[in-house]
Design a protein around this ligand. Structure first.
Ligand code: NAP
Length: 252
């Protein structure tokens, strides 16, 4: 396993109470970062932060809804006050939404998906970019999906929001490169997490697994291993791009 030099760096991970965000929080910590573990669910945030602390890392649990601008600003302020100047942010929190075709898609479901998946990433970057620039630079990683570059039936809000995350990442990266803020998007294939397990029956998961050239679902750690690389100075020439970790899903 590669080891990156993140000692003394403060990181925020949203949606870190479960799945991919939880794995990102652990891997950033095991490479030396102090992590604000942000989730909607207080108990989950406490469990993940507690587990990091038990392993000798530095982590604080924090409750925030990324679709709420006040919550997001308070989240960044807390990270800076209690952990130190912000250098890394993983804007990971996201939801799947209901399963319906565009012609019948529920309006409230559309707004909720866009407010968490797209407004949430915008609010986070808006609050994080200046502090990271003031700290001397750093890295923002926005969690998109393979569905940030291809479509799928019956998830129009999710697909649109994840394409939006890719576009927003590119625009912000161009604007803030001069401040030393690198901004990238990650596009996982289908990953075995609570989000997937709660939204898809086992037969559907097995069928989706076959759409990856490697013939299986991914793990959260396999996504976190890409995120920690992008967070590190080893990725110093990488900004404004969209990085797939999809076992060949989009190669077809
Ligand atoms: P997950 O298992 O549902 O974990 C996400 C965590 O984020 C949950 O603890 C959730 O809390 C929290 N969360 C949800 N809405 C939030 C909000 N508004 N503010 C703060 N926290 C919030 O999801 P995951 O599968 O790890 O997915 C993480 C990210 O990866 C998402 O952006 C997702 O779209 C993306 N992604 C996932 C896959 C996949 O196959 N799993 C593939 C590609 C991309 P609650 O459970 O209480 O809502």
């Amino acid at each position: 396993m590669a080891r990156y030099e993140l000692d003394g760096r403060t990181a925020i991970v949203t949606g870190a109470g479960a799945g991919i965000g939880e794995a990102c929080a652990h891997v950033l910590s095991s490479n030396g970062a102090a992590v604000l573990v942000v989730d909607l669910d207080e108990e989950r945030a406490e469990n993940v932060a507690g587990s990091i602390s038990n392993n000798g890392g530095t982590a604080l649990p924090h409750v925030a809804d990324v679709s709420n601008l006040d919550d997001v600003e308070a989240m960044v302020a807390r990270a800076e006050e209690e952990l130190g100047p912000l250098r890394i942010a993983v804007n990971n929190a996201g939801i799947g939404g209901t399963s319906q075709p565009t012609g019948q898609y529920d309006l409230d479901a559309w707004r909720r998906v866009m407010s968490v998946n797209l407004d949430g990433v915008f609010y986070c970057m808006r609050a994080e970019i200046d502090p990271i620039g003031r700290a001397g630079g750093g890295s923002i990683i926005n969690m998109s999906s393979v569905l940030g570059s291809v479509g799928i039936e019956n998830s129009p809000a999710y697909v649109a929001s994840k394409h939006g995350v890719v576009g927003l990442t590119k625009a912000a990266a161009l604007e803030h490169a001069a401040e030393g803020v690198r901004i990238n998007a990650v596009g996982p294939g289908f990953i075995s997490t609570p989000l997937l397990e709660e939204n898809l029956p086992a037969e559907a998961q097995a069928q989706i697994a076959t759409l990856h050239a490697l013939g299986r679902l991914g793990t959260s750690e396999e996504v976190a291993n890409l995120v920690v690389f992008l967070a590190s100075d080893d990725a110093s020439f990488i900004t404004g791009s969209y990085h797939l970790v999809d076992a060949g899903y989009t190669a077809r």
